[in-house]
Ligand binder design. Structure first.
Ligand SMILES: [Zn+2]
Length: 413
C-alpha cells in the first residue's frame, strides 16, 4: 500500500484523459464506458465505486489483507447467458436513469478499452437457473398449474433466466424524475450521507453516481429474446424485498404469497408463449429497512386497541417520519430496458406502482388480484389498510367499521 492517500475529489488531469459520458447516446461506444477505477484515478468518470453496498465489504477485505486493492476481475466466460436488447429505449436519455442499460455488455462494447488496460466493470449480469418453491408444487396439486416438461417440470422445477442489476444513477435524470434541480439533489445526497462522496459537490462535471445501495434481480420465464416484439404478451410482478415473509414465511404481511402468486402467473404466461417477469427490488420494509420495520410491528401490536387497519400507516409514519420511501419513480426503468411497453397480466394491488408505470407510458391490460385463500390471517390488517388507501381490490375497499376492528395477533400470541 502506498503511504499517500489518493483523493478523487478533484480532477488529477486537465487534459481530458477520461471518457466524457453522453448519457442516452445512440450506441454504447458513443455514450462511453463508466470507469470507477480506484487504482487509476485519472481515468475515473463516475462518482462512487462498484458493487453497491458490498463495496464496504471489499474495503474490509482490502484492509484485512485478503484482497489486493489492484485486483481486476477476469471476465472470461462471464458474458450474458441470454441476449437482452439492445432496445431503442436504451438510447433515450430520459427513459432509463437509474442503471446502465449497457451494463451487461461491457465486454462486447468496450473490449478494445479493456484490452488497453482500462478498468471497466459490468453492472449487470445475466444467467440461467432452475427454481423451485413449495407454492408451485401446491399450485400443481390444486390443478392451477400444469407441468409441461420444459418450462415447468413435474417436480415443480421452473426454468428461469435471471439478471442482477446494480444501480448507476445519472444525476440530471434522477433530479428530473423527482422534479428537483441537480444541484439540490447533489447537495442533499452529500449532506445526508455525511459527506461520503465529496465529488457530488466538487465535481459537477461527473454526472454519474454509483450509489452504495442494493439493486434488483429479475426472474424471467419463457423466451426473453421475444421481449421488445409488440406481439409478445407479458405477465409481471414487481416485488419489493421483504426478507421476513419472502424467505422465512413470516405471516404478518402478504409478501411471499404475492410473490408466489406472481410467479404462478408468470409460468402460465410463459407456457402460453409469452414472457413472465418478476422484478425483485432490494427495498426492504418499503425502503425503510428492517430495523424500522420491526419497531413498527411492535408499535402496531402494542398500541391501545390492538393491531388494526385504520392505524396501519400512521404507526409507520410515527417511527419513520414517512409511510414509504420506495419511490416508484425509478421503477419503470427496467421495463424500458427490457423493451416492454405493455403488460398483459399485472400481479399487484399497488396503485403507486401502477401509476408510475402508466405515467412512464407503459400500458397495463389486466390487473390480477391475489386469491383471498392465499392471504395469511395476521396479514388481514395490512390488506384492509392498503385497500382503504386506494390499492386495487376487485371487491372494493373495506367499510370504515371494518378498519377499526383489531385483526392482527397480539405480540406474544
Ligand atoms: Zn412483507
Amino acid at each position: 500500500m502506498t503511504s499517500h492517500i489518493m483523493l478523487t475529489s478533484h480532477p488529477r488531469t486537465r487534459s481530458g484523459l477520461y471518457h466524457a459520458v453522453k448519457w442516452g447516446a445512440p450506441s454504447a461506444r458513443d455514450r462511453g464506458p463508466f470507469v470507477a477505477s480506484l487504482s487509476d484515478p485519472a481515468q475515473r468518470n463516475v462518482i462512487g465505486t462498484h458493487s453497491g453496498a458490498y463495496s464496504l465489504y471489499r474495503a474490509l477485505a482490502v484492509a484485512a489483507g485478503n484482497l489486493q486493492s489492484t485486483h481486476r476481475p477476469d471476465l472470461s466466460n462471464t458474458t450474458p447467458a441470454a441476449e437482452i436488447g439492445p432496445h431503442p429505449q436504451w438510447c433515450d436519455p430520459k427513459k432509463i436513469v437509474s442503471f446502465d442499460p449497457w451494463g451487461h455488455r461491457v465486454a462486447e462494447e468496450f473490449g478494445h478499452l479493456l484490452a488497453a488496460g482500462i478498468d471497466i466493470r459490468p453492472t449487470i449480469a445475466v444467467t440461467k437457473a432452475h427454481i423451485n418453491m413449495p407454492e408451485l408444487a401446491a399450485a400443481i396439486a390444486a390443478g392451477r398449474l400444469k407441468p409441461d416438461g420444459d418450462i415447468l417440470a413435474a417436480n415443480g422445477d421452473v426454468k428461469v433466466t435471471k439478471a442482477a442489476i446494480d444501480p448507476v444513477w445519472y444525476l440530471p435524470g434522477i433530479a428530473e424524475r423527482f422534479g428537483i434541480g441537480e444541484r439540490e439533489l447533489r447537495r442533499t445526497l452529500f449532506e445526508q450521507t455525511a459527506g461520503m462522496f465529496p465529488e457530488l459537490i466538487t465535481r459537477p462535471d461527473l454526472k454519474v453516481f454509483l450509489p452504495p445501495i442494493g439493486g434488483m434481480t429479475l426472474y424471467m420465464f419463457g423466451d426473453v429474446e421475444k421481449l421488445g416484439q409488440p406481439e409478445t404478451k407479458v405477465a409481471c410482478r414487481v416485488h419489493d424485498e421483504c426478507n421476513g415473509s419472502d424467505v422465512f414465511g413470516s405471516d404478518i404481511c402478504t409478501c411471499r404469497p404475492y410473490l408466489a402468486h406472481g410467479i404462478e402467473i408468470c409460468v402460465e404466461m410463459a407456457q402460453q408463449g409469452g414472457v413472465g417477469l418478476v422484478v425483485y427490488n432490494r427495498k426492504e420494509g418499503r425502503a425503510l429497512g428492517e430495523v424500522t420495520k420491526f419497531l413498527v410491528y411492535n408499535a402496531r401490536k402494542r398500541q391501545k386497541g390492538g393491531d388494526r387497519a385504520e392505524t396501519y400507516f400512521a404507526r409507520t409514519e410515527c417511527v419513520a417520519g414517512v409511510q414509504d420511501m420506495r419511490f416508484q419513480e425509478l421503477m419503470p426503468d427496467v421495463f424500458h430496458w427490457l423493451g416492454i411497453s405493455r403488460i398483459h397480466r399485472w400481479a399487484s394491488m399497488s396503485d403507486m406502482k401502477r401509476n408510475a408505470l402508466v405515467s412512464a407510458g407503459i400500458d397495463i391490460v389486466e390487473q390480477v388480484a391475489i386469491p383471498d385463500e392465499l392471504i395469511p390471517a395476521d396479514a388481514r390488517v395490512e390488506m384492509d389498510a392498503k385497500m382503504a388507501a386506494g390499492y386495487f381490490s376487485p371487491t372494493g375497499a373495506p367499510q370504515a367499521d371494518e378498519l377499526t376492528r383489531a385483526k392482527g395477533r397480539g405480540l406474544n400470541e
